[in-house]
Design a protein around this ligand. Structure first.
Ligand SMILES: NC(=O)c1ccc[n+]([C@@H]2O[C@H](COP(=O)([O-])OP(=O)(O)OC[C@H]3O[C@@H](n4cnc5c(N)ncnc54)[C@H](O)[C@@H]3O)[C@@H](O)[C@H]2O)c1
Length: 415
């Protein structure tokens, strides 16, 4: 196909670069090119529009599916990827980096105009819009898949309230997703985003991680690896204990705030860095968020209390308080790894998107037999992805002997 502009050429190059480190997705693509399991299916996808996502939608097309894509966050879109998807790969993609809220939702509607059989979501904005504003489309839908922790929480809340109108697969809950994507992917790319935005030194700094879940564990470990003194803030006693025994300083936000050089939130919760904490922070602190929505830092209140807010560097805004204290916020408090970086390395998105692809195929076969509920990724899919990833990494593992299988299934052999 003829390539039309430089942006599209750049996007294509970066998409093909990501593809090299996505061997599991590539294996699925090879099978799907022959089997066309998604032939006749229309698929609406709302995901971060990055090079890795491009490879997911590309293989959905290989599998015979008709797919349209919009962004799951206004600041995570890579415009060269949008150009390449539209002009090189022939996939309708509606997104623009920095688009307004209105344009963001207009684009969700454009994707929904496809009248999808399957929805692929990251954060549940697509599903929410479909349920609340386009309910007439629901009868076509076989089911959907959801990428992230926050989206799964929203969908489970919908199911509990009995308003979820089709079955969902919680891709985030697959082991080959959250153990690697959330931990190693968010861990590395959050540090990468902070460094690209600030070019500051982490070694010797006081680095506060708020939330010690899958993402927080990864961020804390990579920050420590760069020589930062890491403090973890938690509300869950078990997670706090784990952080303490992993060797981190654990503290309340009130105590940690005055010491911070960097603060990163990764909780999926609202106002975890609130006005009272921002007030305690020192001049020059750098605050960012890795959680799904830009609700974790109370920026509204910070803006109200500031005498001036101005951009001081690409992706960094300075909030100047009455006492001349400066608080620097990266990427408007949106996911720092995507707003100021390129998102996760393709090596981990390989597994996340293999889960998305195989779960979408599962929905195409089984969706009509499932209840309107949130389901785990079938275990055989999760295990197969781990197996394929190990093969691609040339890692050999053992099989149990027959004796071992029998032993583990018995109760009569004791002391
Ligand atoms: N940036 C990315 O690319 C990326 C990738 C994956 C997930 N996410 C998002 O990151 C967020 C976290 O995901 P996760 O998988 O780590 O979730 P998780 O449930 O494993 O961890 C969240 C942690 O935050 C803690 N927490 C909740 N409220 C808190 C508070 N007020 N103060 C301190 N700690 C608090 C919880 O106790 C929990 O341990 C979600 O919004 C998820 O969607 C982002």
């Amino acid at each position: 196909m003829e390539v039309k502009n430089d942006l599209a050429i750049k996007g294509q190059q970066r998409i093909e670069w990501a593809r090299i480190k996505m061997p599991v997705v590539e294996t699925i693509s090879e099978n799907w090119k022959k089997e066309k399991p998604l032939a006749g299916f229309r698929i609406a996808a709302c995901l971060h529009v990055t090079t890795k996502t491009a490879n997911l939608v590309r293989i959905i097309k290989d599998g015979g599916g008709e797919v349209a894509l919009c962004a799951s966050n206004p600041l995570s879109t890579q415009d060269d990827v949008v150009a390449a998807l539209n002009e090189v790969y022939g996939i309708n993609t509606y997104a623009l980096r920095g688009e307004s809220k209105e344009s963001f939702y207009d684009n969700i509607h454009k994707v929904l105009d496809l009248k999808p059989h399957i929805t692929i979501d990251d954060g549940a904005d697509l599903v929410n819009t479909l349920h609340s504003e386009r309910p007439e489309l629901i009868e076509n839908v076989f089911g959907g898949t959801e990428e992230t922790t926050t989206g799964v929480i929203r969908l489970k809340a919908m199911a509990n309230d009995k308003v979820l109108k089709y079955p969902m697969i919680a891709v985030n809950d697959a082991l080959t997703k959250h153990m690697f994507d959330n931990r190693y992917g968010t861990g590395q790319s959050t540090i990468d985003g902070i460094l690209r935005a600030t070019n500051n030194l982490l070694a010797g700094s006081n680095f506060i991680v708020v939330g010690y879940g899958w993402c927080g564990r990864g961020i804390a470990s990579k920050a420590r690896g760069m020589g930062a003194r890491v403090t973890v803030v938690e509300v869950d006693p078990t997670k706090a204990l784990e952080a303490a025994m992993d060797g981190y300083w654990v503290s309340s936000m009130n105590n940690a705030a005055p010491t911070a050089d960097f603060v990163v939130t990764a909780t999926g919760n609202i106002n975890v860095v609130d006005s009272k904490h921002l007030k305690l922070m020192k001049d020059g602190v750098i605050v960012s968020n890795a959680g799904h929505f830009n609700v974790e830092i109370n920026l509204k209140d910070l803006a109200e209390k500031s005498k001036q807010v101005k951009q001081v560097r690409e992706n960094i805004e300075e909030y100047l308080l009455e006492d001349d204290k400066r608080i620097f916020v990266i990427g408007e408090g949106r996911l720092v790894n995507l707003a100021a970086g390129e998102g996760h390395p393709s090596d981990v998105m390989d597994m996340s998107f293999a889960n998305q692809a195989l779960s979408a195929e599962y929905i195409s076969r089984e969706g009509k037999n499932l209840e309107n509920n949130v389901y785990s990724v079938p275990e055989n899919i999760d295990k197969e992805i781990a197996r394929l990833k190990l093969i691609s990494m040339n890692i050999e593992i053992d099989d149990m002997t027959e004796e071992q299988v029998k032993y583990l299934n018995s109760w009569d052999v004791g002391t």
